[in-house]
Design a protein around this ligand. Sequence first.
Ligand SMILES: [Zn+2]
Length: 367
Amino acid sequence: MTDDIYFTPLLPWQQLLWSQLTQRVLAPQQSLPHALLAAGMQGMGKRAFVWRLVAWLLCRARDERPLGACGHCESCQWLRSGTHPSLQALPLVSLPISADNIHKQQEVASSTAKDKKSTKATSNASLKIKVDEIRALQPFIYQGGHGMRICVLDHAEQMTIAAANALLKTLEEPQAQVYLFLISDAPSQLLPTIKSRVQQLALQRIDPAVALDYVTQALGSTVNREAVGAAAIEQLIQLANGAPLAAITLAQAPWYSKRALWLTTWQALRSGKRSSIAASDYWQNQLSIDEFIQLSELMLLDMRRVLLGFEALQKDVKLAAILQDHQPSDSGLERLSYSLQQTKIALQQNVQEKFSYDKLMQELVYL
Ligand SMILES: [Zn+2]
């Protein structure tokens, strides 16, 4: 993320909510709720919306610019340099630009491929929000008399129980001019007591026509137009559960174009035309194991749908036809699903990619 996230154009499906919230702020005698929750699956633009709103709320020119922060005033410049005195974010890595973050980015850039795994492991661990970190926010929240102050808690479901309880106290004692934004991809994991004290932003409903339009335009400029017809885009959006940004990421994922190839490999393995070792060698040159797992999970999901009597989500590969000739058993699907999970865990413990690939190919032989 860069500082652009504060100043980029509003996503089209967020316009109504934006104007409702900003009008509330600008109207006399009205204000925002003190605690707001942006929740829902990844790829709908929750974070983009929150950071844009934060920038606008803090912007000195906001009364004259209801459509977004000006980008030039003192406040906007502080955001750009990651040193805004009226903004705190947890976990620390979630602030789009901060001195800490800039340092981390340099670290990642200079690390070798071997080091990358350990960086990934630390960044997952650092998403946890601990009670000390919530307590450390208290002086900032209760200082009083310094104009508007904002706290953003990203991955809010990752708070420890103690951290959530400390936050509850803050939510029960709203301070004038202090706003808390919680962001969560998994709101069902939030404590109900927290959820009942925050107002949820209506970010989840996205008009399918607006989504289609947006994804079409976004992909038109980045991917070969021929490859993404209307049907292909509808399929992408469906596979992304309606989340437009996730659909775009999916279209650009290196593994997405290898779905037919996955089916070919599976059939060749099953019929004995290809050995699992040969298939493993071949795929190691095609995709990283992480990508192959994502690809396999999608194929598994769609197989389950078809076997339950639903239509396949993917219309551009011959999944349904193949399943008419051969239906994997429930236990076979379970086994593959379990193996994929186990492989993910093994990879975090630095098991070799080749070993994991060999094992998964053996599973496909008997699927
Ligand atoms: Zn400004």
